[in-house]
Write a protein that binds this ligand. Structure first.
Ligand code: NAD
Length: 544
């Protein structure tokens, strides 16, 4: 009865907010069967927010241009959501929470199954928007969607994953432990995985009975908007999922609003540390995946061609803009002589438009990322590194890409800690090579680095692999696997300077992060004796 009154009040409040101002709803610029396949875009599209399952045109006076990284043409715009729009989105998620929490898990699971199906049907549409806004190749963009889709698929197992525990702890007395949702979860996303990162948390937020306010990167909001459309089509009720846009003002509102109970963040160190520290100081749960510097170590007994293919793919794929990209190669002993083979194969990689199926890597996200990478290369050369493959100044032949942010694969040898190429996260197709004589030296270098996201060892010796995995202090370790991101039946396990929080994204840890435990202890006596009722016990209960 009480919950019905609360729910009615929430509905009235939502209605009041809706009639407070007239809102223009708009449609997305793409559909399941119609989406961009080239770089041409006539009319920049104004990205809407998503509240109560409607795409709403922002009334903001502040807009950010979104540039196609291959041409630097403006393809869309994104608003700094106004304070009122932020309030409406959070209120919508807050008001939707009680009835979504009370929706049966089997119903939420059914919606998750449908969501998975729709993601599959719209894979190419989402990938094409990623190519246009983010720049990566179409095949890689499909991988971006697929890795998020896999989290959504794993979320369909919620009817098993959310099972509680029960025990008859004493005669006729039973304790059951269940996990309940937290409320509204805010999600702040980076530019480099426009579909995967929102999907790292969204499916689990939904199936665990929480509601969401998502802030995609202001540089690549398109994929997240399509994901919202699909969630609504799958049956996610109005208010359960909302999207707002913008920069610091939006993030600060998500951190400070008491209705938001937890924050998931993926992005760079500065923003992540700020969000983690401020969020936790306000009593929120925060999980924050930060920057990375991932080393690949190669031993002389490794399969050379397998290694060469792996290092080139992992260092230069996605133009090095992956948090698990290999940016440092540690050659042990005579493997330093394999550099020529790496260079030879890296030269074959085609840098160009993400829509061109011949391209192996696309441009960097924006001109300042390109300038930063070029200045790191230059400073490192001045500090003693040798450039054995120079991708600076590269331009694809087609003149429409003359203004794109292109950097072709670049390899620096003789790199040492203390040089910018080693000390900073470059986030570009730049591979730094360090030479050492022993596996112990390689382990020492990796464990001394401030980051702990991923690392990889290439070897044909199981003993060396055991030795390495037991001594290395990094979250995700690959043996003959260059980018060892676990599938979502496990968690994304970055650690040390690459992660702030206690519970990682997705997998069991993800569900634990998004839920809180409750124990319920009940006594239903099967053999009630009248006298016992008449004798109250004042001592600490000790059941037997
Ligand atoms: P970013 O930190 O610039 O932005 C991430 C998000 O935080 C964006 O939504 C942005 O609007 C917001 N933001 C940025 N600066 C802020 C500030 N000062 N205060 C409040 N909010 C702020 O990151 P990016 O450039 O979009 O993404 C690249 C970074 O993300 C790289 O460092 C990469 O390693 C990291 N990343 C890490 C993982 C991981 O799992 N460890 C995965 C993907 C990306």
């Amino acid at each position: 009865m009480l919950s019905r009154v609360v729910r009615n009040k929430a509905a009235i409040r939502a209605f009041q907010i809706n009639i407070m101002r007239f809102k223009t709803t708009i449609a997305l610029s793409s559909t399941t069967s119609s989406y961009p396949t080239t770089h041409v875009k006539d009319q920049p599209y104004d990205t809407p927010s998503f509240v109560n399952n409607e795409f709403i045109k922002s009334e903001s006076s502040e807009w950010f241009d979104i540039h196609d990284p291959a041409t630097n043409n403006v393809v869309s715009r994104v608003p700094q959501s106004t304070p009122q729009e932020l309030e409406e989105a959070i209120a919508s998620a807050h008001n939707a929470f009680p009835s979504w929490r009370d929706t049966s898990v089997i119903k939420r699971q059914g919606i998750a199954f449908k969501f998975v199906q729709l993601l599959k049907e719209n894979m190419d549409r989402i990938a094409s928007v990623i190519v246009l806004e983010q720049g990566k190749t179409f095949v890689d963009a499909q991988g971006d969607v697929t890795r998020g889709l896999q989290v959504a698929e794993a979320a369909c197992n919620i009817t098993n994953d959310l099972k509680g525990e029960t025990l008859e702890v004493s005669t006729d007395m039973e304790t059951k432990m269940i996990r309940e949702p937290l409320g509204v979860v805010g999600s702040i996303c980076p530019f480099n995985f426009p579909a995967m990162v929102p999907l790292w948390s969204l499916p689990l937020i939904l199936v665990t009975g929480n509601t969401a306010v998502i802030k995609p990167s202001e540089r690549v909001p398109g994929a997240a908007m399509i994901i919202c459309e699909l969630a609504a089509k799958a049956g996610v009720p109005p208010g359960v999922l909302n999207v707002v846009h913008g920069k610091h003002d939006t993030v600060n509102k998500l951190i400070e609003d008491p209705r938001i109970k937890a924050l998931t963040f993926v992005g760079g160190d500065k923003a992540g540390k700020y969000i983690y520290e401020k969020g936790t100081s306000l009593g929120k749960r925060v999980q924050a995946n930060l920057g990375a510097k991932n080393h690949l170590v190669v031993l002389p007994d490794a399969n050379k061609q397998q290694f060469v293919n792996a290092i080139n793919g992992a260092a230069f794929g996605a133009a090095g803009q992956r948090c698990m990209a290999i940016s440092v190669l540690v050659t042990v002993g005579k493997t330093r002589e394999w550099i020529d083979d790496i260079v030879k194969d890296a030269k074959q990689l085609v840098t160009g438009s993400g829509f061109d199926p011949k391209s192996d890597l696309g441009p960097l996200i924006n001109p300042s990322s390109l300038t930063k990478a070029e200045s790191i290369i230059e400073d490192s050369i001045k500090a003693g590194a040798k450039i054995v493959l120079d991708g600076r100044g590269y331009r694809p032949k087609d003149s429409q890409f003359a203004n794109g942010n292109f950097l072709a694969p670049t390899i620096l040898t003789g790199v040492k800690p203390g040089m910018r190429a080693y000390d900073e996260e470059i986030f570009a197709p730049v591979l730094s090579v360090i030479n050492v004589d022993t596996i112990d030296e390689a382990i020492e270098i990796i464990n001394t680095n401030k980051y702990g996201n991923g690392t990889s060892l290439f070897t044909n010796n199981g003993g060396s692999a055991q030795y390495f995995t037991k001594r290395i202090d990094v979250g995700q370790v690959g043996i003959n696997v260059p980018i060892p991101v676990p599938l979502p039946m496990f968690s994304f396990t970055g650690s040390r300077g690459s992660f702030l929080g206690d519970l990682n994204f997705y997998g069991k840890a993800g569900i634990t992060f998004l839920t809180k435990p409750k124990t319920i202890t009940s006594l239903w006596k099967s053999n009630l004796v009248d006298e016992e009722i008449l004798k109250p016990s004042t001592s600490m209960p000790v059941q037997q």
